[in-house]
Design a protein around this ligand. Sequence first.
Ligand SMILES: Nc1ncnc2c1ncn2[C@@H]1O[C@H](COP(=O)(O)OP(=O)(O)OP(=O)(O)O)[C@@H](O)[C@H]1O
Ligand SMILES: [Mg+2]
Length: 261
Amino acid sequence: MSGVSVTKDAKGAAEAADDLVVLSNVNKHFGALHVLQDVNLSIARGEVVVVIGPSGSGKSTLCRTINRLETVDSGTITIDGKELPSEGRELARLRADVGMVFQSFNLFAHKTVLQNVMLGQMKVRKTDQATAAKKAQALLDRVGVGTQADKYPAQLSGGQQQRVAIARALAMDPKVILFDEPTSALDPEMINEVLEVMQQLAAEGMTMVVVTHEMGFARSAANRVVFMADGKIVEEAQPEQFFSNPRSDRAKDFLSKILHH
Ligand SMILES: Nc1ncnc2c1ncn2[C@@H]1O[C@H](COP(=O)(O)OP(=O)(O)OP(=O)(O)O)[C@@H](O)[C@H]1O
Ligand SMILES: [Mg+2]
């Protein structure tokens, strides 16, 4: 992880060129609700950013705008220097660079585990079937569910299904993966097996944005914690600093609730 921490510690003008995801003055409304308020956020290549904050603060919406599942009202979002187009083939291509892992795994119920990891490769990346199958199997092995390849999602535990969802995201060779509360729907004993896979990805240098309240993960894997409240980024800091010495009252209040519940 040394390369990652260099980026983290020395983030300045020189590294700005290496920012992979850049949100500039992003605003988003849902009707009267100003859900993202002038959000500025730059994520460096190889950086792991944990986003935390109270329910309704806009964390999921933030993730969804990054791969354009949601449009923005103003501001810009660039991925690897390219602004997200509003539609069309170019959007599909850029969107494929942004992997997404949701709380609910969203696997296709009537496809096998292997087929789930093959589909995107064939449809979006135009990979041939044999190559896609080989890669799918290798990725399933990597996340520890290789022996489940021929089963259907419902035959797997929640933790196994979420690892399949991570393999599916990896199959697209994404530049960044967004995780939106990937362990919130899991039974406690399955949380660690998913976090371990995520830790491993982080250690390998994957660029990750992770919405989670798993403080252990944030402390050990994140380069930066971004605290959101009411549609705004209220505070950003390195994990140790954020958890031991939050600056804002909002963050202090939030941490006291989640750490002492
Ligand atoms: N499609 C939508 N239409 C209208 N309002 C929405 C929509 N999606 C989200 N919202 C509202 O926007 C606000 C932010 O929602 P968002 O899901 O981004 O919050 P969150 O921080 O992810 O919360 P949680 O921790 O509960 O997942 C909430 O008030 C929510 O009700
Ligand atoms: Mg959410």
